[in-house]
Write a new protein. Structure first.
Length: 389
C-alpha cells in the first residue's frame, strides 16, 4: 500500500461528464468483494432518497441500481440511462467507484491527497474532483461523504429534468432531423472541426431568427475545434437546416449528444428555484477549507479552495448553468512545476482526448493515462512503483 510520504510522482486528476456510456464501468466493480461497503453505501443512499424525493416526470421507469447490477436483463435502454435523473447520480457513483479501485489496488487516500497537485472535471466531473480532494479523517468519514455526494447528485439530476421537462424530442422533430440526415435530436449537439470564430458567427446569425427563450448557446468550449451547442431541439434542427450545405460539405461534423437537458446554458436557470430548497433539505455543505488540493473551475479557473463559504451553490451552478471552457480547468495544473502526468478517471475516454488536444495546442509534453481500464491502471501503478524504486 502506497502511503503518505512515499514516492515522488505528482499527478493531476480529471473526471468526465455527460454523454458517455458508463454502466459497464460501474458494473465491472460490482462483484469485487473489496467494493461491498461501497456499493451498499451508494445503493442504500439512493433507495433512501428516492423514498422521500418527488421525482415527477424525471424517472418514469424508476432507478433500481440494485436490480440493474444483480440482473443485466433488468437494465433499461441506453436512452433511459442518459436521462439526467439517472445519468447524473450514476456517473458520479461510477467515478467514485474508480477512486475506490485505486484504494483496492494499493493507493491509499493519504497518498492520493499528498501527491495530487490539482484536479477538475468536465461538467459534473468537477464534483468528483471535490470528493477526491476531501480531507476525511477516517474511512467512516469518507463513506459518509460518498453518501452525501450521491444524495446531492440524485437531487440535482431530478431537479435538472424538472427545470427542462422534455425527456424526448417530438415525432415532428425526429422526422425533421432524419430528413436532414442526423440522428435522434437532443438539447445538446457537438460541432466538431471548425474554428470557434466561424461557429460563433453562425450562431449569431441564427439567433437573430429565434425567439429570446429559444436561442442557441455555445455551452462547452472543449477545444479550439470542438464545441457543444445547447438549446431546444427545434432550434438546433433549425440551425442544422440553415447550415446543411456546410455540414454536408464536411466543413464541420454535427453529432447530437445523449442528453435530456441543455446543460451549461441560460435555459437551465429555472433549476435554481427547484434545487436550492433541496440543497437545504439534504444539508449538503462544504467549503474550500474542506478540500486538500486545488480543484479548478472550468468556468473561470477559480480554485474551489478559495471559496471560503458554502461552495455547493457555486459547484451546482458550474455543473448545470455556467459555460464550460475546458482549457480553464486544465491549464492551472499544467503550469504546476512538479506535475509529472495527468490521470483520467472516466467515464470513457472522451475527456482524455480533449485534454490531449489542449496539451498539443500548448506544446506541453506530459503523459495522460486513463485508469478506467486494467491496462491504463497497470501503467499507472508501474509508474508509481518506478518512482519509488
Amino acid at each position: 500500500m502506497l502511503q503518505s510520504g512515499q514516492g515522488k510522482l505528482n499527478f493531476y486528476l480529471q473526471f468526465g461528464g455527460q454523454g458517455t456510456p458508463w454502466f459497464k464501468e460501474l458494473s465491472s466493480h460490482y462483484k469485487n468483494p473489496y467494493f461491498e461497503r461501497f456499493f451498499e453505501t451508494v445503493i442504500r443512499t439512493l433507495e433512501e432518497e428516492l423514498a422521500s424525493l418527488e421525482t415527477g416526470i424525471s424517472l418514469p421507469q424508476g432507478l433500481d441500481l440494485r436490480s440493474w447490477l444483480r440482473d443485466p436483463d433488468t437494465i433499461p435502454s441506453e436512452q433511459y440511462l442518459s436521462y439526467a435523473a439517472v445519468s447524473v447520480p450514476l456517473i458520479q457513483i461510477t467515478q467514485a467507484s474508480h477512486l475506490e479501485n485505486l484504494c483496492a489496488r494499493g493507493i491509499s487516500r493519504e497518498y492520493l491527497l499528498e501527491r495530487c497537485v490539482g484536479g477538475s472535471g468536465h461538467s459534473q466531473g468537477i464534483s468528483s474532483a471535490v470528493l477526491a480532494a476531501l480531507q476525511t479523517k477516517t474511512s467512516d468519514d469518507y463513506y459518509e461523504a460518498i453518501s452525501k455526494f450521491v444524495r446531492f447528485h440524485l437531487c440535482l439530476g431530478v431537479s435538472a429534468q424538472k427545470a427542462f421537462p422534455y425527456l424526448s424530442p417530438t415525432p415532428e422533430e425526429v422526422e425533421k432531423s432524419t430528413i436532414l440526415g442526423a440522428s435522434m435530436p437532443s438539447p445538446m449537439v457537438a460541432v466538431v472541426g471548425s474554428k470557434r470564430s466561424v461557429i460563433e458567427a453562425l450562431i449569431r446569425e441564427m439567433n437573430e431568427e429565434l425567439a429570446e427563450d429559444r436561442k442557441i448557446y455555445i455551452s462547452l468550449y472543449n477545444s479550439p475545434s470542438n464545441h457543444i451547442l445547447s438549446s431546444f431541439p427545434s432550434s438546433l434542427i433549425a440551425f442544422h437546416k440553415k447550415n446543411k450545405e456546410k455540414i454536408d460539405a464536411k466543413e464541420f461534423r454535427w453529432v447530437y449528444l445523449m442528453a435530456t437537458c441543455p446543460f451549461h446554458s441560460p435555459h437551465m436557470k429555472p433549476i435554481q428555484d427547484i434545487f436550492e430548497p433541496e440543497l437545504k433539505r439534504i444539508r449538503f455543505s462544504y467549503s474550500g477549507k474542506d478540500i486538500h488540493f486545488p480543484v479548478y473551475s472550468f468556468c473561470d479557473s477559480v480554485n474551489y479552495q478559495d471559496i471560503g463559504d458554502d461552495l455547493s451553490y457555486r459547484m451546482y451552478k458550474d455543473i448545470v448553468i455556467h459555460t464550460l471552457h475546458w482549457d480553464r480547468a486544465v491549464k492551472p495544473s499544467l503550469e504546476h512545476p512538479d506535475l509529472d502526468l495527468l490521470v483520467d478517471l472516466g467515464p470513457g475516454k472522451a475527456i482524455q482526448r480533449l485534454t490531449t488536444e489542449i496539451l498539443q495546442t500548448l506544446n506541453i509534453d506530459k503523459p495522460i493515462l486513463s485508469i478506467i481500464t486494467s491496462n491504463g491502471l497497470e501503467k499507472f501503478l508501474d509508474l508509481l512503483q518506478g518512482k519509488n524504486g
